[in-house]
Design a protein around this ligand. Structure first.
Ligand SMILES: [Zn+2]
Length: 802
């Protein structure tokens, strides 16, 4: 339907040449990644936006596929992964950004609005009245509190909107002054109960507040982070599950060849005193007698290692029903048969609860090379499962940035040659590098609890080893990360700051490209299949760390995630980040991205400096009380900082200082002359160890290595535990991304954009489901209520539960 296509291109910034209007939409006003309060950085970002605009998807005449309008239409009414009640906001997908805090925690709760930016082209914006004066119902509050409470409410709301209203770790988990949050809670309560919504629906609003108010602000240690048992809370597991339960369930799932990706685990104690576990699969169907042999045969009770297991399905059925309805509609606009088959398999997967069907869909997705509109949906990333094997429901729709994609394609073409540069023997590399699709995208919509800057999917190991994968860099998300103001740059030496600002963006393009393609894309797992055959030569392959033959490997059914479970995500991110740092030293790589001479050296220096600084900033994501890390990428960066510190010879130093305000501060120093002579050999040794332990499935060795570096202590000279307090003290306001919405008006797709503020973000969310919003709200409330008993405090636990 040509009319639809034309308008989709125009509204999404498409069509042959950007006129003045398109420029304004795509980059003008500093909306694409520029800080709200301007300055020279703003001009630079606008300039960059201009460059991106020239390269962007808008210069792709007659290449838009029918999927464009389908995806836009689908997005307009798609059920969002935000509906999936998990927990608090953290980056979920590779690649969380160094220095980009996604966790909404605040030492200083967000009393001042954050820098927030629209994700897409922006602002034909209707200005939203956000001042408290325009809110008559706020008059009930003491005047001096009004602005603070209103700002707090606005900044907190996006977090609520993307998280479970029922079981969510506290919003303020690292607040150093517990008392500070009490009055804040009271103020918010007054704002909420004084709202128009509460006036119109008093019982519902009061009920919702009673359900979540205490939990959100609770400083009870268990409610402060994701975890199992005493360590934390998660809605992937009933509140009474421990790490031992999770391990047992994983063994059970492996024994039945069931994937954990779309499951949750609920534990109750039977009348015989034996634990009884329900493995609940997410699906539209539950007990309907449908001819569906693959899944039906698995839906039954099992006795496993003295415990009872029952496999059921139908979790989140009403929400997945909506997903399926919209995927059906999208099928009509598929641009290729691969897209059509991919959608059919997703529908099959979500209807029946079959991960096998999702794998088949992902296979078609991999085969759909170079689409103009890219999308993916499903239970994808396992970062937020404390055990590391259950996937978060996510979906995105994005458009290709042709110019940057061309550089990535060149990198892909050079990949086989570059893989040889990695510091492990050829036997530890994949038998054949499966050339992936590697594109730079601008996100139209990313639904999930966080927006990554790059992704490398699918995550199914077997598919990755045999069929390949796709790499995606999300350009307009990266642009938000570039937007750093000089005066807010923490922990850098004065003379580094301008260089850092100038080269952070370009160096991060290089790092993300290498991380995704040659980081996650490299390395072989040694496997013995179900027939006993090995995928490596037991006689000749030698472990370079021990000089002996290979002693351990993956057995049939074992995967990286299932074997390395709790450290799998972070370890793998660390491997990928290390590959990025290591290969960015390669002149060929720098040439691909257009850097040579002094510029190339600056890109290398800033990339390494950024990693060192990120390793320090990472401490925000460490919880001393539980001795645990809350974010995979940040833990990985801390580990790399430790490795570089260990290299010695003055390569890296982290020094506690006193800031000009008289309060504690710190400074990182990287000696650029020692990157190649000291840093590279240290990273080389570390990378080889990481890969060898991964290839051989040596969990004990891997844990010892990784957890050793990840340990945070107050040992001199760095005293990281004390430095953590400084990191929290100097924390920047977090960055938010305001996502647009789309609407179908007749046959035309409209792009609705919002102002770069917390208010804009709330409006974007509240207008996302114009037709079925109330229905979705009802469904979510019912789903949450139905399971609420599984997360009651122990004293409230109904009898029969352990
Ligand atoms: Zn990654």
């Amino acid at each position: 339907m040509p009319a639809k296509l034309a308008s989709a291109r125009l509204l999404a910034g498409g069509d042959a040449r950007p006129g003045p209007e398109a420029r304004q939409l795509a980059g003008g006003g500093g909306v694409r990644g520029a800080p709200m309060n301007g300055g020279s950085r703003k001009q630079e970002v606008s300039l960059r936006s201009e460059q991106l605009l020239q390269q962007g998807p808008w210069r792709t005449p007659s290449t838009s596929s029918p999927m464009t309008s389908a995806c836009l239409a689908w997005t307009a009414a798609r059920p969002s992964a935000c509906c999936y009640p998990q927990s608090a906001s953290m980056p979920t997908t590779c690649h969380g950004l160094p220095g980009m805090e996604a966790w909404p925690c605040c030492c200083r709760p967000p009393l001042r609005p954050p820098t927030s930016m629209p994700c897409s082209a922006a602002s034909s914006v209707r200005r939203t009245p956000t001042s408290c004066a325009s809110m008559p119902w706020l008059r009930a509050l003491p005047r001096r509190n009004i602005r603070r409470s209103w700002s707090t409410l606005q900044v907190s709301t996006p977090t609520w909107a993307t998280t479970s209203p029922l079981v969510t770790p506290s919003l303020f988990p690292t607040c150093p002054r517990p008392r500070a949050s009490v009055p804040l809670q009271e103020k918010l309560e007054r704002v909420i109960l004084g709202s128009k919504a509460a006036e119109q629906h008093p019982e519902e609003v009061r009920g919702l507040w009673q359900t979540c108010g205490e939990l959100m602000f609770s400083l009870e240690s268990r409610l402060r982070h994701l975890g199992l048992g005493k360590e934390g809370i998660t809605t992937y597991f009933s509140g009474n599950c421990t790490m031992e339960d999770a391990k047992l369930a994983q063994d059970f799932l492996d024994s039945q060849n069931l994937s954990a990706y779309n499951t949750r685990l609920f534990k109750e104690v039977g009348q015989d005193g034996k634990p009884c576990y329900e493995v609940r699969l997410a699906s539209v169907l539950s007990t309907e007698p449908i001819l569906d042999s693959e899944m039906n045969s698995k839906l039954k009770s099992y006795e496993f290692q003295g415990s009872n297991f029952r496999v059921t399905r139908g979790d989140y059925a009403p929400i997945l029903q909506k997903v399926v309805e919209h995927l059906e509609k999208a099928k009509a606009y598929a641009a290729t048969s691969h897209q059509e088959q991919m959608l059919a398999q997703y529908i099959e997967s979500f209807t029946h609860g079959s991960i096998e069907a999702h794998k088949k869909g992902s296979r078609f997705w991999i085969q759909d090379k170079g689409p103009i509109v890219e999308s993916y949906i499903g239970f994808i990333e396992s970062y937020r499962d404390p055990f590391g094997s259950r996937g978060e429901f996510e979906g995105f729709v994005a458009m290709v940035n042709k110019a940057m994609s061309a550089k990535f394609e060149w990198l892909v073409a050079s990949a086989e040659q570059l893989l040889k540069e990695l510091p492990w023997p050829p036997a530890f590399e994949k038998d054949k590098f499966l050339t992936p699709d590697f594109t730079s995208l601008d996100v139209l919509t990313f639904a999930g609890s966080g927006i990554p800057a790059g992704i490398n999917i699918p995550n199914y190991d077997d598919l990755r080893q045999t069929e390949g994968f796709k790499n995606v860099s999300l350009g307009n998300v990266l642009a938000v990360a570039y937007a750093t103001q000089r005066e807010k740059l923490t922990f850098l030496e004065e003379e580094d700051k301008d260089l850092y600002i100038r080269w952070k963006g370009p160096s991060f393009d290089v790092q993300v490209g290498l991380h995704e393609l040659l980081g996650h894309g490299s390395g072989k797992l040694f496997v013995q299949d179900e027939k006993g055959a090995f995928n490596f030569d037991q006689e000749t392959v030698i472990n370079p760390e021990t000089g002996e033959q290979i002693q351990s490997w993956y057995r049939s059914g074992e995967t990286w995630d299932s074997k390395f479970s709790t450290i799998a995500s972070s370890y793998e991110e660390c491997r990928a980040e290390s590959v990025g740092l290591y290969l960015c030293l390669n002149p060929q790589v720098l040439g691909i991205f257009g850097f040579e001479g002094a510029d190339a050296e600056d890109v290398v220096y800033v990339n390494w400096l950024n990693m060192v600084r990120a390793g320090l900033l990472a401490l925000e994501f460490y919880t001393p009380e539980a001795s645990s890390w809350r974010q995979a990428h940040m833990q990985a960066r801390f580990v790399i900082l430790r490795v570089l510190l260990e290299a010695g010879e003055g390569l890296v130093t982290v020094t506690p200082t006193t800031g000009s305000d008289g309060r504690p501060d710190a400074q990182v120093h990287l000696d650029r002359n020692k990157i190649r002579t000291v840093g590279k050999p240290a990273l080389e040794r570390f990378l080889r160890r990481l890969q060898v332990l991964k290839s051989t499935g040596d969990v004990a060795g891997g844990r010892a290595l990784y957890e050793g570096y990840a340990a945070v202590t107050d040992a001199p000279p760095e005293c990281f535990l004390s430095l953590r307090d400084t990191v929290l003290l100097r924390k920047e306001a977090r960055k938010l991304i305001v996502q647009p919405n789309t609407r179908l008006k007749g046959s035309e797709v409209q792009l609705l954009e919002y102002e770069a503020s917390a208010a804009g973000l709330i409006r974007s969310f509240s207008e996302r489901f114009p037709e079925d919003g109330p229905e979705l709200e009802e469904i979510l409330t019912q789903l949450a209520t139905a399971d609420a008993r599984f997360w009651k405090c122990p004293s409230e636990t109904p009898s029969g539960q352990a």
